[in-house]
Design a protein around this ligand. Structure first.
Ligand code: SF4
Ligand code: SF4
Length: 345
């Protein structure tokens, strides 16, 4: 089923979605675009390339309270924070970011230990994927096609959207997406010509080039293992790194978190917050020993986790080539150039 709406009527579609649940969509902010919960339908803006932060926070918020308690009372008195998940519509997600959810599912629900917070939000959410504009070249930092992800791949979306001039075409990909489309009365039916345009666009997206042309994940994983002890290489590539953690916070596939307690005037909250392997104290032990005290050890860990350990353990690179880490690194460290250079050492 193909539906359509004029781009300048997106807010009408947004209103309908907000009547059904929570709408999370790209909005323009001072520094650029980000996914935000929409309170005013006019905020939804599809004139973006990609967001600064990935949409992972829709399932894995940067900060989340788990338990509240009174200090001095038994643990039995602690009160779990209710997980109040409503039907959610995650609107305008680029194909590489949609792919990242599948990789994150491995950690949050695919290894035998299910994270109920991630799972509940995933199940409550309908994903509206959104193809990149094939008439504009990919940005220099992006390499999703190198990792096998097309610029217009609908896989993983419930509804997939492409833009045709000033018209937005929407196609149901899963039964959930198909059903929702039938309920959105603001949408008109797409024509046979538009169906054909949609099909062609998706196949054109598979040939849309981002930088680099081929990756052999098993070779990369092995090579990174072989050069683990090559201190000269790792120190050279990490020389400028500030350990700021930006690359991990913007990444759709970084999932490290810390659990911490905050108490104030006898009231306590146990919460989960994002953490980052690039931070100086990430591996600091209670004894004072830090097995990754040096910057090069932390950058090596980040790269090896994504391109080596993850491939060995789960058979897939934990990176979707979105380019955010490079785009937002204050000192222009480029993860894939390091991987490329590692292959030549
Ligand atoms: S490592 Fe960089 S390019 Fe890969 S998914 Fe994370 S932010 Fe995107
Ligand atoms: S964003 Fe750049 S400087 Fe900051 S931790 Fe990552 S690689 Fe280092």
């Amino acid at each position: 089923m193909l539906k359509k709406t004029a781009i300048n009527k997106i807010s009408e579609l947004a209103v309908q979605l907000m009547q059904k649940g929570t709408l999370i969509a790209p909005v323009q902010e001072a520094a650029g675009f980000n996914f935000r919960e929409i309170s005013d339908a006019k905020q939804v803006n599809l004139n973006f390339h990609n967001t600064i932060l990935s949409p992972k926070a829709a399932f894995f918020p940067q900060m989340e309270d788990f338990v509240q308690y009174q200090t001095g009372q038994s643990i039995m008195e602690a009160v779990p924070v209710e997980l109040n998940v409503k039907p959610t519509f995650l609107f305008g997600v680029r194909p590489c970011d949609v792919k990242s959810f599948e990789i994150m599912d491995i950690h949050f629900s695919g290894t035998g230990v299910v994270d109920p917070y991630w799972r509940a939000r995933r199940e409550a959410t309908t994903i509206f994927g959104y193809a990149f504009d094939l008439d504009e070249p990919a940005q220099a930092e992006e390499f999703y096609q190198t990792l096998g992800i097309g610029a217009a791949d609908p896989d993983g979306s419930d509804i997939f959207m492409i833009r045709k001039g000033e018209t937005l075409l929407l196609k149901g990909i899963t039964p959930k997406g198909e059903k929702l489309l039938t309920q959105l009365s603001r949408l008109a039916d797409g024509s046979a010509n538009e169906e054909e345009y949609f099909r062609n666009y998706i196949s054109r997206g598979r040939d849309f080039k981002t930088r680099y042309t081929c990756v052999d994940d098993k070779n990369i994983a092995k090579k990174l293992e072989d050069i683990f002890d090559n201190g000269d290489f790792w120190m050279k590539v990490s020389d400028a790194c500030l350990s700021c953690g930006v690359c991990t916070f913007v990444c759709p596939n970084c999932y490290c978190f810390d659990i911490c307690d905050e108490t104030l005037f006898g009231k306590g909250t146990r919460r989960r917050v994002w953490d980052a392997c690039m931070f100086t104290d990430f591996t600091l032990e209670a004894s004072g020993h830090n097995p990754r005290a040096q910057v090069f050890q932390r950058l090596r860990q980040k790269i090896k986790h994504k391109y080596s350990y993850h491939v060995r353990k789960y058979g897939v690179i934990s990176c979707v080539g979105c380019g955010r880490c490079t785009r937002h690194c204050p000192v222009n460290i480029d993860i894939f150039s390091i991987v490329e250079e590692a292959m030549t050492v």
